[in-house]
Design a protein around this ligand. Structure first.
Ligand SMILES: NC(=O)c1ccc[n+]([C@@H]2O[C@H](COP(=O)([O-])OP(=O)(O)OC[C@H]3O[C@@H](n4cnc5c(N)ncnc54)[C@H](OP(=O)(O)O)[C@@H]3O)[C@@H](O)[C@H]2O)c1
Length: 305
């Protein structure tokens, strides 16, 4: 099997390339810059340089692929990158290029909040709408489409882990609101292996899967679990929570960023979305990695402070 991966230099993309290398699957990773190309190579992928997410640039990189794994996206509108241009038009370009290159299958990462767009406050924003539009473009494309709707994807190299470790070491962890909103973190290594299954499994109608881990958990409980695993790993971890009101965090995020996060990125944390992991277990043919093991491996990858 041969796959072509957009967004290959990102957190999930690199894990997909590593999983492909382990499984003996040929993978080409698309990269816009020299820096991105180096990350693709380090993760074991062959590099295809592209100038932009447009069909003419993408089609040659998709040649001979059995499936395109489309991960390139923006989770916030920064530095001139818009949801319309990247998440929606980029997906249209991927569809056109897949057709031109004769690729029949696209595996796409959407967002878990899409399922409740218009039904819940934090699912109803331009980011989730752009993912919904991208899904619709794919469903109408006539291609074989496999959509994953991820909860939080967790593992070595993620952004949350070093930030939380630093806060625990300082003894002051900021939590937005009461932390009662839920999430269902999935190991990035499991997410990557599921991509390879989706690229290969036979199907006809579009598939839509929740991409969730084995255990739904509130953010407040997640912080406690994270601190407990960190302590077991010998890290300094005092969980003293400092709560800031949801409205204040959102106001600051809209006014320029709350700790570097845009309002739509905060919404992904606050959206209180969980799902059914059963279909994923069946697709993977194995159990998903338990939450404590995922946290432990992510912490182990961080240098001791
Ligand atoms: N991580 C999560 O917890 C999570 C949760 C829900 C959904 N997802 C979905 O999973 C997918 C992968 O997420 P991730 O965490 O791996 O994201 P990421 O680390 O931010 O990586 C994003 C990737 O997209 C590429 N990209 C961005 N704008 C582009 C453009 N205009 N043209 C071409 N490439 C572009 C980036 O390339 P450069 O390196 O060149 O910038 C990078 O390779 C995304 O679709 C995301 O929506 C992730």
């Amino acid at each position: 099997m041969r796959i072509a991966v957009t967004g290959a230099s990102g957190f999930v993309g690199r894990a997909v390339l590593r999983a492909a290398a382990d499984a003996g699957v040929a993978a080409v990773g698309l990269a816009r810059s020299g820096e991105a190309a180096a990350r693709v190579e380090a993760a074991g992928g062959a590099v295809a340089r592209i100038a932009a997410l447009d069909a003419a640039a993408l089609a040659p990189a998709f040649a001979d692929a059995d499936a395109v794994v489309h991960l390139a996206q923006v989770g916030a509108e920064r530095r001139g990158q818009t949801y319309a241009a990247v998440n929606v038009e980029g997906t249209r370009a991927v569809i056109a290029a897949a057709r031109a290159a004769g690729v029949r299958r696209v595996v796409f990462y959407s967002g878990l909040g899409v399922a409740h767009y218009g039904m819940r406050e934090h699912c109803t924003n331009p980011y989730f709408l752009s993912k919904l539009r991208a899904e619709q473009e794919l469903f109408e494309s006539g291609l074989q489409v496999f959509v994953f709707r991820p909860s939080y994807i967790f593992g070595p190299g993620g952004e949350l882990v070093p930030a939380l470790l630093a806060e625990l070491a300082r003894g002051a962890v900021t939590r937005i609101g009461d932390g009662a909103y839920r999430m269902q973190p999935i190991a990035v290594a499991d997410a990557a292996r599921l991509v390879l299954r989706a690229a290969a499994v036979p199907f006809v109608v579009p598939y839509v899967f929740d991409l969730v881990g084995p255990e739904p958990i509130t953010y407040a409980a997640f912080l406690e679990r994270f601190a407990a695993v960190a302590r077991r790993a010998g890290r300094p971890a005092t969980l003293h929570v400092e709560e800031i009101p949801v409205e204040q965090a959102l106001r600051e995020a809209r006014a320029g960023g709350w700790r570097g996060m845009a309002a739509d990125e905060l919404a992904c944390l606050l959206c209180d979305e969980v799902g059914d992991a059963g279909p994923l277990r069946a697709l993977l043919g194995a159990e998903l990695t338990p939450l404590d093991a995922v946290i432990a491996s992510a912490i182990a990858a961080e240098p001791a402070t």
